[in-house]
Design a protein around this ligand. Sequence first.
Ligand code: ATR
Length: 285
Amino acid sequence: MARQVNLLHEAGTPDQYGIVGHPVAHSWSPFIHGMFAIATAQNLVYRLFDIAPDDFRRETLRLFTSGVRGLNITLPHKQAAADLVNELTPRAARAQAVNTIAFFEDTTLLGDNTDGIGLICDLERNMQIDLADKRVLILGAGGAARGVIAPLMERELRSVTVANRTPMRARNLAAEFSDMGKIAGCSFAELQGPPYDLIVNATSASLQGEMPEMPAGLVDEETVCYDMAYGRGQTPFTTWAHSLHARRATKGWGMLVEQAAESFFLWRGIRPNTQPVLEALAKHA
Ligand code: ATR
């Protein structure tokens, strides 16, 4: 299936959008935004831009000056993108991480973060999970984790634990959000039961085919395990969750589509229906 969509169904030059990451070749965002554009009759093109961290600022600004109107930002650039823009939405300011940039005519570069709402939409609307009073474990303390902590904590969770390979990053992140409720940071080895209600993998370990080693006792048959990564077949995280008989082990296709719909809304003022895209992607999951 073509992942890159060039829409010329209306007269005129299509507006340019894309995603910046490193690596980024695996991204399904061009496919998703292509489907949204067709469904909502928007004349746009959406491309992949692989930009290394050292070049991120210069090359991303160059994209905007060459006419690009909006970008999604993925790993490892989400925190650097928060420093690049000259205005942040309240949710991106809270996260200090940006996954969507819109370039307006008055030259404002607005940074937003739609990851959190994307995850919440998938958990609550698509998976019918009630988050209230749940104990939540987030693995990872990078840009992906930053985007989802505040929207999760707004759901009146019982507690959040952030665990990371570099424990200091987890502790610092927890301290940043401690005004919102009960949250603590630790290393993977420091984790202990009782089993969590929800475990979200926000590390990029799956991209290297890895799953950090976890202590026993974190998962039982009531635990929902959600991998923010997506791909074909099982990820190391979903394999781990299945091996411990988790209630569900879900990959992040739904979050990907829902966050994309929010980005599309910021850029085009229309929120596309996500159902047809979710159904199309289910064939690839
Ligand atoms: P993203 O935008 O995806 O969060 P990032 O900011 O580069 O990207 O963060 C990557 C996260 O995945 C970090 O939490 C990182 O742990 P460190 O802070 O210790 O670097 C985590 N990560 C990456 N590879 C990992 C691996 N092989 N095992 C465990 N954690 C890993």
